[in-house]
Design a protein around this ligand. Structure first.
Ligand code: GAL
Length: 661
């Protein structure tokens, strides 16, 4: 299969292009401005179902032919989307049963987007049909570089089609109704199921829903979305040998196991929208990019969408500061993206996203935003030699969708165990320390990492617990954080003390009692650090105590421990440290394992990441998030300016060729 960068002759630059919103005069200007900005890839057709199939079974491809031909003539390749994220009104009216139903039984209607049920046969059939029709018509079109299935699989539904599909999935997973009753613990609260027809998706209930049912439903929905993706992908592959992907969204917006999607897409593609500018957005960019790379097993991946401003954060959209569009774009490229794409090319004049940012804003090309966008295009255009190079890391943060979903059930001891916030906290401390991070699944081979951090592994499978123990025994250093390994893969509590047994041996501890802290309560540990949210009574079973609680019932009892097993070390932190104290702990661990910043000698405002080509060529990508110029440790050739660089400007970026000596 051809790589997109081979087809493009370099990295990708461009974005979603929805020309159906405009007229011929604007299309002419688009051609000109795309050339000016260095656009070489446009994502077309994402929301075009109503125009492509104005009535059921009647296609109108003429308008799309014209746009693809025009783009091709203008030197812009096409990422052609299947429009299945937004079925047209005729579809709703013909198939009301394919509209999604919320947990409380409300059936939604058209008028927005993403209104469909992935379990409804009529929707699946219509989606497969339009994907196949597009592939048949455009499979060999010279403009095409990539296929983009759907858009951000996100809608979840609780209708009767869903109930039927859920039961089939449960039959496969559990084998028998008896096994399901046992897994979900239905002996309690009189929930015992006597027939499959009695089993429902977790719809609105009087009080807490069954946690095993809630977890299985999340897994089921992710598998259903993956099967919907595969169905379209396979329909496309029958007519085209170009790579196929779907755009994934980070981190909690989609109910998807992104490891599973990473295995099925030809190239991982993500959309990434920080909700506030500044240093937090830079850290968030690295978080999203490191996840994208990891979900693809380290393969090059693609930033499919970003904004020229941030997106809605609760009640407002905040603008990016001058220079941030370039830093965010190169922040993704630094961590393995094969380009930088945006949503969308031209800001809509009307419609639901008329205030969403774009590459060409309402003000037109004579604007700061378009000038910055063009500068990004020029920068990306100079980085062609990076194509196909990858990023490697010596530190991993453990990520597992099961653990995320397990922390989303009702009835946990506290609502302060936020999966993604905890993961972000771990990644942020490592990012602040200048260290490149992979994400890793608890059941994968971790032996290549010097340090593994497991921040929120509330659910841990037997295989995961055994794998983590093996990692330590083989010489790894592992940090496990509070509330780990409390439940198994069925969502059943581990008995006899937490975490799961083989991991307990690696950590040399046994957690006997969990004690969530009160809202706002902050405890002091014997090493002077502070912590909130959670505490645990634990017993040492071979581990050494590094810090203890200092007050209340837990005074003198271990809070932070270290254990040796085989050639490695297992650390356990039984509470949530304040950010600065957590950063100090992470710094201590990095010192112990001898991992330092990617490029030593730079101040903490400068982010540095290294990409390496299969033939050994290497580049350092530097992003200065600070507002003062920074002298480089030594002068180097910079791809962005084409010259020798000895100082990185305030807010500036550089891509330095590394030379062997
Ligand atoms: C993405 C989506 C785009 C657009 C964008 C706005 O999540 O794929 O269609 O809505 O968000 O930020």
């Amino acid at each position: 299969m051809r790589r997109i960068t081979d087809r493009l002759g370099g990295l990708a630059f461009g974005g979603d292009y929805n020309p159906e919103q405009w007229d011929q005069q604007v299309w002419k200007e688009d051609d000109l401005l795309m050339r000016q900005a260095g656009v070489n890839l446009a994502t077309v057709g994402v929301f075009s179902w109503a125009l492509l199939e104005p009535e059921e079974g009647r296609y109108d491809f003429g308008w799309l032919d014209a746009h693809l031909d025009r783009l091709h003539a203008n030197g812009v390749a096409v990422d052609l989307a299947t429009p299945t994220a937004s079925p047209p009104p005729w579809f709703t009216l013909a198939h009301p049963d394919a509209m999604p139903v919320t947990p409380d039984g409300t059936r939604l209607v058209h008028g927005s987007r993403d209104t469909y049920c992935l379990a409804a046969p009529a929707y699946r059939e219509a989606a497969r049909r339009i994907a196949a029709a597009l592939a048949e018509r455009y499979g060999t079109h010279p403009a095409l570089a990539l296929w983009h299935v759907h858009n951000e699989y996100a809608t979840v539904c609780w209708c009767d089609h869903t109930a039927a599909a859920f039961r089939d999935w449960l039959r496969d997973r559990h084998g028998s109704l008896e096994a399901l009753n046992s897994a979900w613990g239905t002996a309690f609260w009189s929930q015992h199921y006597g027939a499959w027809e009695q089993v429902l998706p977790p719809r609105a209930t009087q009080w807490h829903r069954n946690p095993g049912q809630a977890l299985d439903f999340r897994r089921f929905w992710s598998d259903l979305a993956l099967s919907a993706y595969r169905e379209q992908r396979d329909a496309i592959r029958a007519h085209s040998d170009l790579p196929v992907t779907t755009n994934l969204m980070l981190p909690g917006y989609q109910n998807l196991d992104l490891w599973a999607f990473g295995r099925e897409v030809d190239v991982v593609a993500i959309d990434h929208y920080p909700d506030a500018p500044g240093r937090g957005a830079a850290a968030d960019t690295a978080f999203g990019a490191d996840r994208a790379r990891s979900f693809g097993g380290g393969r090059p991946w693609l930033l499919m969408e970003q904004g020229t401003s941030t997106v809605y954060s609760g009640d407002r959209t905040l603008g990016k500061e001058p220079g941030e569009i370039l830093r965010h774009s190169l922040g993704h490229v630094a961590r393995g993206s094969e380009g930088a794409l945006f949503f969308q090319w031209r800001q809509s004049r009307a419609g639901a996203e008329q205030w969403h940012s774009a590459m060409v804003p309402h003000a037109g090309a004579d604007s700061r935003i378009f000038r910055e966008v063009s500068a990004v295009g020029a920068a990306v255009g100079r980085l062609g030699e990076l194509a196909g190079s990858t990023v490697s890391a010596q530190v991993a943060v453990v990520h597992d969708a099961d653990a995320w979903w397990a922390l989303d059930v009702e009835g946990l001891p506290t609502t302060e165990l936020d999966y993604h916030a905890t993961l972000r906290g771990a990644h942020r401390a490592l990012w602040d320390a200048g260290v490149t991070v992979d994400f890793a699944h608890p059941e994968q081979d971790l032996a290549g990492y010097r340090l593994v951090v497991a921040p929120a592994l509330f659910l841990l499978s037997d295989a995961g617990a055994a794998g983590l123990r093996r990692y330590v025994e083989g010489g790894g250093t592992l940090l496990v954080q509070h509330a780990a390994g409390y439940v198994d893969e069925r969502m059943q509590a581990r008995l006899g003390g937490y975490p799961a047994a083989p991991l307990r041996e690696a950590l040399g501890i046994r957690v006997e009692e969990y004690r969530p802290l009160g809202r706002g309560e902050r405890v002091t540990l014997s090493d002077g650090s502070h912590a909130t949210a959670w505490s645990e009574a634990l017993r040492l079973e071979g581990a050494e105590q590094l810090a203890a609680y200092t007050g209340g019932m837990l005074a003198g009892s271990p809070a932070l421990t270290r254990n040796s097993l085989g050639a490695g070390q297992g650390w356990y932190l039984s509470t949530r440290l304040d950010d600065a104290d957590y950063a100090a702990l992470v710094g201590r661990l990095l010192d112990e394992v001898g991992v330092g910043p990617e490029l030593p000698g730079l101040p903490s405002e400068v982010e540095a990441v290294r990409r390496q080509a299969p033939d050994g060529r290497r580049w350092h990508i530097l992003l200065n998030h600070g507002d003062t110029a920074v002298p480089l440790p030594e002068p180097a050739d910079d791809l962005l300016t084409g010259g020798r660089l000895d100082t990185l400007a305030a807010g500036g970026c550089a891509v330095l060729r590394e030379v062997d000596r």
